[in-house]
Design a binder for this molecule. Sequence first.
Ligand code: SAH
Length: 229
Amino acid sequence: MNRDERAGMERMLEDIRREVLYTADETGLPHFHDAVMAAMAAVPRPCFVPQGLESAAFDNGPLPIGHGQTISQPYIVALMSELLQVGKASVVLEVGTGSGYQAAVLAELVRQVYSLELVPELASAAAERLQRLGYHNVEVRQGDGYHGWAEHAPYDGIIVTAAAPHIPQALVEQLRIGARLVIPVGDAYGSQQLMVVTRHQERIDEHTVLPVAFVPLRHAPPDRSPTLH
Ligand code: SAH
């Protein structure tokens, strides 16, 4: 990072710390773990935003990444990473790779990240970007996250970065006992709540954390390939 980038990063971290304090009553989290803040400091956000928007990359706000999608606000990326309660040995699933930024932050925190993205162009661009930046512990695949990624389950944490109308059952089933699913739930563009779902041996716990605004989790279009009669 050059001097300007270091100053931008410092400003971003400061903005996150301020918002952590500002939301502490609602989230119950007066500060985030050092490991989470160190992960935020380690990932160069300008590498994940489209050309021409680099100057806004350290602002604490979402930015467009094409295909009608957005890279989330840094504070929200930090909050969701914090809520997952994962560590160096963890294996996590992300639904909604987008730019790959959240996946990179998680890759700094855990052993292995699997990430699903519905839009093929975003999936391949993110996979290429993450490889180029040296994130070899992230595997991106094009697919519909409603079904999760059963092959690598159970996960030590699952994070969904698009708003779902309901909690997808497949994702709860792919959680290890004791692990958490962090997911925005609610209308496409209306009232959404960030939720934490914890899978226990005999029951599932759910609690809401904060109102949020995410792009919707969409269903894969039906297969339109012609059928033979
Ligand atoms: N985590 C991303 C932000 C993602 S925005 C980042 O850090 O940049 C939400 C993403 O979810 C979009 O890229 C969108 O295409 C994707 N998405 C929407 N519905 C999906 C689904 N059913 N399965 C997988 N990805 C989906």
